[in-house]
Structure formats: C-alpha cells, structure tokens
Design a protein around this ligand. Structure first.
Ligand SMILES: *Cc1c(COP(=O)(O)O)cnc(C)c1O
Length: 650
C-alpha cells in the first residue's frame, strides 16, 4: 500500500472524488493536491486550504462554511446566459427574467450578491412567506424591481405586497388558493391600488425525484382548472381581468428528468394560450424552480443527479413555449424562472476537521502462543497465519465460527475478559487479511462483498449532521465529500464519517458515486498531530437555514471570500461570521446566562462553606463555567492532537 503512494497523483484523486464531474467546472485539484475553487469561470482560482488558514489566523476554526461569493454571481450569469442563447437560437420574441426564491438561502450576503449580479439582467426576488416578503421589499431598492409573491397570504401579507406596488416596484401577487383571490380583491379595493396578479397552476405533470409531490392532484398549492375558472370570474366581477399578468407552476425541486420539465412547460404554455385567447393580458409564463444540481456528476436521472444540462434546460423551456404559442397563434410571453438550488448550491463548502478515528483492526504485534493459550485463540491464530491453505471464504467462515465460540465461552465463564478481547482482535485481523488477499486476487465472492464496509473506519468529524446537513439525514440527500488537501497522496482507508452528536443517525455513510451510492469513502490515514480537513460540497441550497439544535450544537463559523487579483493568493476574506456561542443557544431555550451563573455560584459557595472545595479552587471552577458558557458549542481542538482510538466494538 505504502509503496504505491508514489505512483498516485492529484489527477487520480480528482477522478476518484469526482471533482470535475459534479463540480460543474467550479472545483478542481491542483498539482500539489489542494482543492481549488474557480469562482468566475476564468482561470482564476482560490485554494480552499489558504482560506481556512487565513480564517484560523483571525480566530475562526472549523466547522466552518466557506462562501465563495463570486460563484453566486457566476451562477446568475450562467443561468441568464443560457436563456439568452436559447432565446437567440430559437428567435424567441419574449425575454427571460429570473427571480431568486429567498427560501433557498435567506442569508443577507447571499440575497444581496444575487440581487446585485442579477440587476442588469432583469432578475428579481421571490418571497414565500411574510418574513421573506419583508426582506424582499427592503432589498428591492430600485424602481421597477421584480418581486413575485408566493405562499400562503393573510391580509397583512397582501397589504405589504401592495406597499411595494405603491412604491413603484413590479410586484406580482400569485393566487395559490381559491380563497386568496377574494382576500386580494378586498384589500386592493380598500387601499385603492390595482394589483398585478398571477395564478399558480396545479398541473397534471408531476416532477421527478424526491420533491415530486409539489404538483399533481394532491399538491398543497395551485389551482385546478375549475378553480382557475372560478378565480377568473371573481376577477371579472371586480373589474380586475386585466390585472392577470402571470401564470406560474412549480413541479418540485431537483427535477431529475428533463422529460418532466418538458411536459410541464407544454401544459403550462397551453394554459397561457387559452387564457390569452380569453383576453387576459398575461405577460409572464413563470416556470418555477426545479432546475437541478448534479450532486454525483453522473448526468443521469438518478436521485442525486439530473439528466440534462443548464443550456439544455433553457433550450427546452424556450423551444416548447414557442412551439405551443405558434400553434395557437398567440404572442410569446416573457419567460420567468424561480431557480434557487441551481443558483446557490455550489457557492458554499462545509469544512470539517477529522478529530478522531474509530478503527476495528488493531495494529501492533500478534499475541504470543504458549502452552496455556486457549484453543480458540490458537485456532484463530492458525487461520490468520495460514492465509493460503484454504479459500478466503472458508477462512472467513472459520473466523466467524471461532469468534462465536469465544463469545460463548466468555458467557459461560470459561474465557476471561483479556482472552475474549484477544479473540475479537484476531477476528478483525483475519477479516482485514482476507480483504487484502481478495484485492490482490481480483475476485470477490458475493458473501465477502461487504467486507470493505464491515471493516471501514469511522472518522469522527467536529460537526453536527442535524445542524449542517439536515437534508442528508431527513431525505437521504447525497452531497459530494472530498479532502481539501493531500490529494497527491493515494487515499487508502475506507471510512464513513460520524459527527459529534450523541445520535447514531449523526453520520455520513452514503457517498455519491456514479449513479450509485457508496457506503464508504476512501480517505487518507489520519496522521497524529496533523489536522485533516474534509469539504462537503454543493451545500449552499436549503441546508443553511434548516439546521436544528440537536444536542445544542449551533450555527457554524462562516467566512465570505471574494476574488482579488491584487492579493498574492488571489482572494480576500470580506467578512467573517462567528458561529453561535453556547449562551446564545441556551438563551433560545430559556436558560439565561445570569441565572445559570447564579445557580452555579450558590453550589460552589456551599461547597466552600462545607470545606469540600478551597476558595481559590472555587473561583477557578466558577471561571471555567462562565468561560464555557461564552465559548462555541463545537469541540475546541486547538490544544489536543488528533488521537487514534481503537474500538473493540463490533
Ligand atoms: C422552493 C421553490 C422554488 C425553488 O426551487 P428550486 O428547485 O430550488 O429551484 C421556486 N418556486 C417555488 C414556488 C418554490 O416553492
């Protein structure tokens, strides 16, 4: 194994971890084995380890989110560019505009970056709730800014939206429930403002993938055909027929199959044409979100992938709308899309430090055989040492039998703790030896296919899945993982990742592979005293906000990096955001710092009075408590070295 390390290079790691496949050109490995981001699609790159080092100098440690701000801008330009090309190619008469759905990443720096990058391209914002609408209104600072209002609406929501109209913004209130039409008409008449309206359609065409239930008969949102007709009548009665400016659909996020998109676009375009023929001056056809991210890079309709490219998506939307309109002899609408995931997923990288490893196979010398060595142990030693006499499968069966025998002897009191432990260690050594032999032979019997998984080490990472990768836990969504350095070395350890929560679900034991799921990922051996950093990629959509406080681990530290040609390493950190400190988290669940301190002080004072603790020691203990209340929630690894723990558990 060690010898082969020389013949390995960063290109091979790039291939193994799939950086170029899922990276969409945004990530690569350099010759020295460091992962680089390419935020602008030109030659410029940012080495992520340099960002981490600079952040550490200013006191921020992993777990940490690195936001590559220029990548947001670049994604906006790619999306707009794809539609511009499609529109030119198809000689399409309408224009394209995008709106960013705030729910996908609400962080101010993210929304502002997209707004600024999108402004010259006619982009706007989309809100799905009152809090998001407040953000969208405040950030729509330019006259004429486009603002699409979705989600459940109460009278206050409607009044807020019309406030935007009064200020000269292009606000479109999308009717998603039949009852909303009445509410909008009522509020609009009260204020005396003519609203611009949209209708969300409940299409027959379903999405594909995990989020496909966002459309169809059982969808939570949207109007069926008969409901559309009812709403149109209401508008007519209120003399608001001309207010209908947009029709909208959203068939779910991460649509994996382009056919689902084509079907939905054709169906919605038919609605558009019919409504135009009824005399409604509809300007926009809003194709919603759903544009995917190829998390595994397989370009397939596998759950974590998508079988189409961005240019193909744009062409299909434009082409199908045009075709339907031509047939119906209706002018082509402006096209609007609400892509969220596709804009923001790539810009953020979660950085994890491996702080410990749990290995099953012991290292060091074998136990010595004596006359008194128990026969089970002798048998296991024999199976280990005579590796060629029998088939590997037979050795595996022998080892299993002997291990069971050792356990039974222990239960009945014939084998002591020490020797039972030796038996177990020998069992794992045999499994490891079998695995090595099988690798050399190239043939693996079916029963032994899972040996890699069985023997995999667990790399303990300083983070919480529930805070930082909620969709992985809740929906089984896969995110690409790769070391951020050492890629010029061959990774030799099959491993899974576990977090530091006390929850056995707090782990990553499913990794992206081409159209498949890997149960383990090959990583580098952790070297004592040397930090080892992993990146979890494409986490910029949805994960940021949804994190929960399981075990009271809070938001992680954050750095925002920008390209900067004048800097030696090509970037600068524009902003750092401290992760939650413990007292902030405790405050959220009603524990006040001062109250906790008072209670602790009383206990320590009593201990001093009773002479179980010396006064000086008492002060020290209270300081420790107070210090930790103010500290971050994650492990502080600055003083300890990476340790190796040998786990004897099965
Ligand atoms: C969530 C949502 C989106 C964003 O979808 P993506 O798949 O992330 O692009 C767009 N429109 C509506 C109405 C949504 O609810």
């Amino acid at each position: 194994m060690e010898k082969e390390a020389n013949s390995w290079d960063a290109k091979q790691s790039e291939d193994y971890y799939g950086l170029r496949r899922w990276g969409g050109g945004h990530f690569s490995a350099d010759e020295k084995g460091f992962v680089c981001a390419h935020p602008a699609g030109d030659g410029r790159r940012i080495q992520l380890m340099e960002v981490i080092e600079e952040a550490m100098e200013s006191g921020l440690k992993p777990p940490m989110t690195i936001r590559i701000q220029d990548l947001l801008r670049h994604r906006v330009e790619l999306l707009a560019g794809a539609f511009a090309n499609a529109i030119e190619g198809e000689k399409y008469a309408g224009r394209y505009r995008g709106v960013f759905p705030i729910k996908v990443n609400q962080l101010r720096e993210v929304v502002e970056e997209i707004r600024d990058a999108g402004e010259p391209l006619g982009f706007g914002l989309e809100a799905g709730s009152k809090p998001e609408l407040l953000i969208a209104l405040a950030l729509s600072e330019k006259a004429g800014s486009l603002l699409i209002c979705n989600g459940y609406k109460d009278p206050a929501y409607i009044r807020l939206a019309l406030l935007g109209t009064q200020l000269g913004r292009e606000v479109i209130l999308v009717v998603e429930q039949p009852s909303e039409a009445d509410a909008i008409i009522k509020v609009a008449q009260e204020i005396g403002v003519t609203p611009k309206l949209g209708i969300r359609l409940k299409l027959h065409s379903n999405g594909e993938g995990k989020w496909k239930n966002s459309s169809g008969d059982d969808a939570k949102f949207g109007l069926s055909i008969s409901e559309v007709m009812t709403v149109l009548k209401k508008l007519q009665k209120a003399r608001l027929s001309d207010a209908l400016k947009l029709i909208h659909f959203h068939i779910g996020s991460q649509v994996t199959d382009i056919l689902a998109i084509k079907r939905a676009v054709v169906e919605a375009a038919r609605y558009y044409c019919e409504l135009r023929k009824l005399g409604h001056p509809i300007q926009y056809l809003d194709v919603g979100g759903g544009l995917g991210i190829d998390y595994d890079g397989s370009r397939s309709n596998f759950e974590s992938s998508m079988n189409y490219s961005l240019p193909e998506y744009a062409r299909d939307v434009v082409f199908n709308i045009k075709k339907v309109c031509e047939q119906a002899e209706v002018p082509e609408p402006d096209i609007l899309s609400e892509s969220g995931r596709a804009l923001v997923a790539p810009h953020s990288v979660l950085v994890l430090e491996v702080v410990d490893r749990i290995a099953k196979v012991p290292e060091g010398p074998l136990p010595r055989k004596t006359k008194r060595t128990n026969h089970v142990i002798k048998d296991l030693l024999y199976t280990l040492e005579e590796s060629k006499k029998h088939s590997q499968l037979e050795r595996f069966h022998d080892a299993q039998q002997k291990r069971a025998e050792a356990e039974s002897l222990f239960t009945h009191g014939y084998l002591d703790l020490k020797n039972t432990a030796i038996a177990e260690e020998l069992y794992w050594r045999i499994c490891d030896d079998i695995r090595q032999n099988l690798k050399r032979d190239g043939y693996i019997p079916e029963e032994l296919e899972d040996l890699d998984t069985l023997l995999a080490e667990q790399y303990v990472c300083n983070f919480s899945v529930f805070q930082s990768l909620l969709d992985h836990w809740a929906l089984g969504q896969l995110f690409p993982v790769a070391p951020l350095h050492r890629l010029q070395e061959e990774p030799t350890t099959e491993a899974t990742l576990v977090d530091i929560t006390c929850d056995s679900d707090g782990k990553i034991a499913k990794f992206t592979d081409l159209e498949d799921v890997r149960p383990t990922l090959r990583l580098h051996p952790v070297e004592p005293g040397k930090p080892y950093y992993l990146g979890v990629f494409l986490v910029g959509a949805y994960q940021d906000i949804m994190g929960d406080l399981h075990n009271l681990f809070g938001r992680v530290n954050e750095v925002h990096v920008f390209l900067e040609d004048d800097e030696e390493n090509g970037f600068y950190i524009e902003e750092t955001i401290d992760g939650f400190s413990t007292n902030e988290i405790l405050d959220l669940i009603q524990y006040k710092e001062s109250d906790l301190m008072r209670r602790m002080k009383t206990q320590i004072d009593t201990a001093i009075k009773n002479d179980t603790v010396k006064p000086r020691e008492g002060v020290r203990l209270l300081n420790l408590f107070s210090e930790q209340l103010k500290a971050k929630t994650y492990l502080d690894t600055s003083s300890s070295k990476t340790r190796t723990r040998r786990n004897k558990a099965r």
